[in-house]
Write a protein that binds this ligand. Structure first.
Ligand code: CUA
Length: 348
């Protein structure tokens, strides 16, 4: 029995280390490494509640062991001790102390919760950024006020609050960028709001945090924070792309035609909004395919050939060689690569 306990203890410890290394191993996917004011607030409150819990545990155990030692049966104790019932002082003490401790947690929690749900910038803030987020099985749509849409990767300026309005088309998802802030559900028919702020430019990993189907665990996205100037440039470039239908580069003309024939009914490459699949206006800039696969030509081809191999239950139809020949596939990939506004600046 002792052996089993020792081993389970060791296993538990290893499990904790393993989990923590998982948190820190993934780039910017840790709520324990906050990179923005909201995440910092969550972290601080987590630590505060941890201290309170540690304090309670210590006090309870101290009293527990004191009582075990002091009131244990001693040599010659052969009679029942004096029996007591009820103690008003004790009852009040152990009611009031937890209430005070809960208040210490309650007040900042309520203030923060209302602050984070703020959906509008204060009036003195110019150029505040508003982005509509829509959760789909299993991808994310980001609509910008400037009349364009991005899929899977949301760009924001650094050092300011960015206001998100969140919604879903099919089932409930949850939008979560752990390094920047709290998660919030995206619910069909309901508009939720949340702001996030990134202290430094960088790529932050996001997750769907609500079980939404077989590929829920793969419903990843990226939040890319740029310096304000770079962000403005990005918006300008994306807005300019929103009007472009034909490829500017004639070498990808064949791929464009393959795309028009097979893909356009689900994927837009310009303009606002989306059909049933992710908008691909800046697909060539993406770090990943389908939110989590390395964006290489081989992966891209394999994905188009049979998406269900990678993301079970997604809505994209497969394109075997009988639909798109190997030649056409090469040209399609070249065309998709040409859909970019940042000339591969995101590649890491
Ligand atoms: Cu969407 Cu889980």
């Amino acid at each position: 029995m002792k052996q089993v306990k020792a081993w389970s203890g060791r296993f538990g410890f290893l499990a904790v280390i393993f989990l923590l290394s998982g948190c820190f191993g993934n780039e910017n996917l840790s709520a324990l490494d906050p990179k923005g004011p909201q995440a910092q607030w969550i972290y601080d409150n987590m630590i505060l509640s941890l201290y309170i819990m540690a304090f309670v545990t210590l006090v309870v155990f101290a009293i527990f062991f004191y009582i075990i030692a002091k009131f244990r049966r001693k040599e010659g104790d052969n009679e029942y001790p004096k029996q007591v019932h009820g103690s008003t002082v004790l009852e009040i003490t152990w009611t009031v102390i937890p209430i005070l401790l809960l208040l210490v947690l309650f007040v900042p929690t309520i203030i923060g919760t209302f602050d984070f749900a703020e959906s509008q910038a204060p009036e003195d803030v110019e150029d505040a950024v508003y982005i509509d987020v829509t959760g789909h099985q299993y991808w994310w749509q980001f609509d910008y006020e400037e009349g364009f849409t991005a899929g899977q990767e949301v760009y924001i300026p650094t050092g300011e609050r960015v206001y998100f309005t969140l919604n879903a088309t099919d089932v409930i998802h949850s939008f979560w960028v752990p390094a920047l802030g709290g998660k919030i559900d995206t619910v069909p028919g309901i508009e939720n709001t949340l702001w996030l702020e990134a202290d430094e430019p960088g790529t932050y990993m996001g997750k769907c945090a609500e079980l939404c189907g077989p590929s829920h665990a793969l419903m990843d996205f990226k939040l890319i924070a740029l310096e304000r100037d770079d962000y403005d440039q990005w918006v300008e470039d994306m807005a300019a792309k929103a009007d472009v239908e034909q490829p500017e580069d004639s070498s990808v003309q064949q791929g464009y035609e393959v795309f028009q024939e097979n893909c356009i009914s689900c994927h837009a490459v310009s303009g606002p909004g989306s059909a049933s699949g992710p908008t691909l206006t800046n697909f060539g800039d993406r770090n990943t395919i389908a939110g989590y696969l390395d964006n290489t030509d081989e992966q891209l081809k394999a994905w188009i050939r049979n998406p269900d191999d990678f993301k079970q239950g997604n809505n994209m139809v497969p394109f075997p060689e009988s639909e798109i020949s190997e030649d056409e596939m090469d040209s399609l990939v070249a065309y998709l690569r040409s859909l970019n506004v940042r000339d591969g600046e995101n590649a890491e």
